[in-house]
Design a binder for this molecule. Sequence first.
Ligand code: ATP
Length: 260
Amino acid sequence: MVMVVVPKSHPRYESLMVREKLVSGFRSGAVACEGLIAQGRGEAFDYILGERTHDAALGAVEAGACLLLLAKKPVISVNGNVAALVARDIVRLSGLLSCPVEVNLFYRTREREEAVRRILVDAGASLVLGIGDDASERIPGLEHERGRVSASGIFCADVVFVGLEDGDRIEALRAMGKRVVTVDLSPFSRSAVASDVTIVDNIVRCFPLLCSEVERLKKCSRAELSRIAEGFDNEKNTARMFLAMKDGLSLAACGGDLDG
Ligand code: ATP
């Protein structure tokens, strides 16, 4: 196996290190090769956004934190990419919300379940749902392997955090009456459209922010959390992200520096 050493001085150091995390997740069996393609799609949108967190994304982070804090049974759904990129933050969020973490895979195999579980346990998770026979309930409308969930996790949750997912799954969760908070760099995706709160940002940047928001907002009353959550309009917020992309493209067209 060839190990690539990326010098810190490289202008795309951060982004290359994120790729390395995914490749390492792929080698451990947690990330599907399709997951690498999904990352590439995300990177293209991130480039247009100047690889920074925009104000609209911060608004979505705040609203998402409120929804999760208001939930009676929140759950954090984790796939291979999410585990490879932000396992420690997943464990932190699960601690802050006292909620379970559940492995939920599009390309589900017993080996991949175990590989994702291992990453989460190494990052400090004590209980990981959705492994083996634990994933014996079903999300109606999704065919066999893709629809399997834990009876004590996603199946009975009222609010689910689902990152880097395909829209099908999110639509099916919404059809079950659940509220969904997602992270997706593509405001075009069906996931972005179908979710209650869509954070259009790179998960490696916004997930630590989401944890900090949950920590900050924990002190607020339920009335205050509801006021913020109900005042959030996902369609309008996603539209702001399209405008941020348009600004990024206009700047580039004028010879500006997207990183600036
Ligand atoms: P949909 O089914 O919702 O229309 P899709 O077919 O693009 O979306 P996937 O192929 O599962 O669904 O891709 C997952 C999504 O995750 C993509 O929209 C991609 O832009 C996004 N994505 C990939 N990597 C990241 C990342 N690091 N941070 C945030 N979003 C990401």
